[in-house]
Design a binder for this molecule. Structure first.
Ligand SMILES: [Ca+2]
Ligand SMILES: [Ca+2]
Length: 173
């Protein structure tokens, strides 16, 4: 299951939370490029005429920066996927990728299901693809269900488990 999520940042910076139907992924405190849309670079030229310093007027060049996009995708899978019985443990995997052009923070999948027990709590977060610049995605606390900083193109994978209950078998016929 692939759920593309996207926010485009304008001039205003702030906290945004995305809440899709099946999974909630939070982008909290995402960096915002919209407030600084251009690189301003100025130069002067200097020289000497004998003992006299000579300087040009300042000249400035502006380079516009493409507005950043903060977006994520998540792919969820289960193992096993069929013929489970009461007492059996299902392992879910959540592969979350930063598909935007901004670095996002506090990446966390939230899980819901229709079984009778509590939904899995994804944790065990591990960086599974470090694209582009290396070591630009970091995690402050291991296996707490939140990946701290995820750079563009990078992927973090979470896992969660659910033990099938007898009531699930009874109700989900
Ligand atoms: Ca990277
Ligand atoms: Ca963590």
């Amino acid at each position: 299951m692939l759920i593309p999520l996207s926010y485009r940042y304008g001039a205003a910076c702030g906290r945004k939370v995305l809440l899709p139907a099946l999974l909630a992924l939070a982008i909290l405190g995402a960096e915002c490029a919209g407030a600084r849309a251009a690189i301003t670079n100025s130069a002067v030229a200097t020289a000497s005429y004998g003992a006299t310093a000579v300087a040009s007027a300042q000249s400035t060049a502006l380079v516009n920066v493409t507005p950043g996009v903060a977006s994520l995708s998540v792919v969820k899978s289960a193992s096993p996927t069929g013929n489970v019985v009461a007492g059996q443990t299902v392992t879910y995997t959540y592969v979350v990728k930063n598909t935007g052009t901004l670095t996002v923070t506090n990446v966390s999948p939230a899980d819901t299901h229709n079984a009778s027990g509590p939904a899995p709590a994804p944790s065990g977060e591990t960086l599974t693809n470090d694209a582009g610049q290396l070591n630009d995605s970091t995690d402050v606390s291991a296996s707490d269900g939140v990946w701290s900083v995820l750079a563009p193109g990078d992927t973090v994978t979470f896992t969660g488990t659910y033990t099938v209950l007898q009531s699930d078998v009874d109700q989900l016929q």
